[in-house]
Design a protein around this ligand. Sequence first.
Ligand code: HEM
Length: 161
Amino acid sequence: MPSLTKLFSMEEISQHNTKDDCWVVIDDKVPTISFMASQTKWAFVMVFCLYSYYHEWVYDLSSYLDEHPGGDDVVLAATGKDATEDFEDAGHSKTAKELMQSFFIGELDTSDFPEPDIVSKKPTRRDYAQKLIDLAKQYWVVPTAVVGLSVVVGFLIFRKK
Ligand code: HEM
């Protein structure tokens, strides 16, 4: 995915995890676009939404930690991972979201993330055989009871003759 800003790996970001040096990754960016004309603004918003769908943003909160109304511990606990959920759960105001833009430093480099395994695999004969074995293992009591009962009945009939 092409990028317009500086890229940081999660490994690098996770090293900035102290009170004096604190970076977080949040998938939420509201660009300051109030200076644009209405139509241009919406076109920009649409392109930006598409772009931001594939990107996660990195914020350097080192200078803000002491002032953060939610405290520094919650933010420090959210370093080295995607903090979007924690950020959203805190119910940040529009003002907070605007303020966070002043701490923006770049975006998360996702190029070395493993590809999700979405290739659908057609079941083979081996898979069906394995399924049958698994079922037999799971329900072994029924066939065992049938065989046992047949042996007993057969034995009784044989003895009568
Ligand atoms: C990214 C930059 C951030 C900025 C600029 C920011 C700013 C603020 C502001 C202004 C408030 C006061 C309430 C409001 O106006 O919404 C607040 C509260 C809070 N923030 Fe943040 N915050 C940031 C990141 C985070 C992160 C990453 C977390 C958690 C992992 C977090 C957790 C909280 C919590 C728990 C509160 C208290 C909410 C409450 O009192 O109900 N914040 N933040």
